[in-house]
Design a binder for this molecule. Structure first.
Ligand SMILES: [Zn+2]
Length: 316
C-alpha cells in the first residue's frame, strides 16, 4: 500500500506493508507550494517515482495524509501553507494512476498510525497531539477518528487558553499555538528580549525553537521560562481535553516534545498533578510517540479500507 504524508515543507511517500507497518521503500522531497498546479505535479511525481522503485510491488490503492483542512469524502484540500483552496487532490491523484485514493488530515492519519502500529494500539479513546510549526490533534473516540460536522475537529491550536492573551492569526485571542508552537515560542522570546530581558540568545539569534531548546538545556533562565510556559500551556489544554473527553491516552508527536522530552513529559505531568481539579479521576498517561513522523505515512496507508489489503495479500 502507498502512504503519503504531505507537509508544508516536505512530502514523504512510502510503500507500506500493511500487515506489520514495515516501510519497504521511502522517498522524501520538498513540497512545491509555488502554485496549486506545481503542488499537484510534485505529488504525482513522488508517487510515480516510488512506484518505479519496486515494480514487483504494484500498489492497489493510495492513502494520503496532508496538512490543511481536508474533506475526506469530497477529497478536497484547503491550506494556506500549501497554497491550495478546495483542491480536488483525491480525484487528481486517482486519475493520474488509475488507483483508488483515500485522504484525510495529517493529524487524523497520524492518530490512525498510532492506533495500528504505535503507542495507541488497543486504545478506543485517545488523542494524537502534534506540536511543531502548529499545534493540532487527531481524536480517536469509540475506536474511530472524530471529524466533526465540517471536518474541523482537532483545531486545538486555536482553542483559547488565555482570554487576556495576544491576538492570533486566526482572529482569536490567547490561542494555544501562540504559546506552545515553535514560531509562538520564538515570538514570545523576541517580545521578552525587546522588553530588556537578558538571555544568551541575543535578539537577532532567537530565530528558531531549536535555539531556544539549546539555550534552555544550558539553563538560560529566560529560555527555560519560555519552554516551561509552552509545556504548561500544553498541559492545561490536555487537562481540558481529558475533562471533556475522558481519554485513555495522549500521544505527543512533532518536533517540540521530541526536542525536550524531560520538559514535555516529566515537567508537564508534574504540572498536571498540581492543577488537577479531580473532576476526571482517571487521568490519562501522556507519552511521546516512538513512531512519529512515520505515524502519519503509516496511518495514511491505513486510510485505505481493508478490502484492498486483502486483495494485495491474495495477489502476493
Ligand atoms: Zn488562533
Amino acid at each position: 500500500m502507498i502512504g503519503i504524508d504531505i507537509g508544508g515543507t516536505k512530502t514523504l511517500a512510502a510503500l507500506v506493508r500493511i500487515e506489520d507497518g514495515e516501510i519497504l521503500h521511502r522517498l522524501l522531497k520538498p513540497t512545491n507550494t509555488n502554485s496549486p498546479e506545481l503542488f499537484v505535479q510534485g505529488i504525482i511525481e513522488i508517487i510515480g517515482e516510488l512506484i518505479a522503485l519496486d515494480i514487483s510491488q504494484q500498489p492497489v490503492a493510495i492513502g494520503i495524509g496532508t496538512a490543511g483542512h481536508v474533506d475526506p469524502h469530497l477529497g478536497k484540500v484547503s491550506s494556506m501553507n500549501l497554497g491550495v483552496s478546495k483542491l480536488p487532490l483525491k480525484s487528481l491523484v486517482s486519475e493520474a494512476f488509475g488507483l483508488p485514493v483515500f485522504i484525510d488530515n495529517d493529524c487524523n492519519a497520524g492518530a490512525i498510525g498510532e492506533m495500528y502500529y504505535g503507542a495507541a494500539q488497543g486504545k478506543q479513546h485517545f488523542a494524537f497531539l502534534t506540536v511543531g510549526t502548529g499545534v493540532g490533534v487527531g481524536l480517536v473516540l469509540n475506536g474511530g477518528v472524530y471529524h466533526g460536522k465540517c471536518n474541523y475537529a482537532g483545531e486545538i491550536g486555536h482553542v483559547g487558553i488565555d482570554f487576556d492573551g495576544a491576538r492570533c492569526k486566526c482572529g482569536g485571542w490567547g490561542c494555544l499555538e501562540n504559546i506552545a508552537s515553535g514560531p509562538g515560542m520564538v515570538e514570545l522570546m523576541k517580545a521578552e528580549l525587546s522588553k530588556g530581558r537578558t538571555s544568551v540568545l541575543e535578539l537577532c539569534h532567537a530565530n528558531s525553537a531549536q535555539e531556544i531548546f539549546a539555550a534552555a538545556r544550558q539553563r538560560d533562565p529566560l529560555c527555560v521560562e519560555i519552554v516551561e510556559q509552552a509545556a504548561r500551556a500544553l498541559g492545561y489544554s490536555i487537562r481540558n481535553l481529558n475533562n471533556l473527553l475522558d481519554l485513555e491516552l495522549v500521544v505527543l508527536g512533532g518536533g517540540i516534545p521530541q526536542a525536550m522530552p524531560e520538559v514535555f513529559v516529566d515537567y508537564l505531568q508534574g504540572y498536571l498533578e498540581k492543577i488537577d481539579n479531580r473532576v476526571n479521576l482517571a487521568a490519562s498517561p501522556i507519552v511521546i510517540s516512538d513512531l512519529y513522523p512515520d505515524s502519519i505515512v503509516l496511518g495514511a496507508a491505513r486510510l485505505v479500507p481493508e478490502k484492498y489489503s486483502v486483495e494485495t495479500t491474495s495477489k502476493g
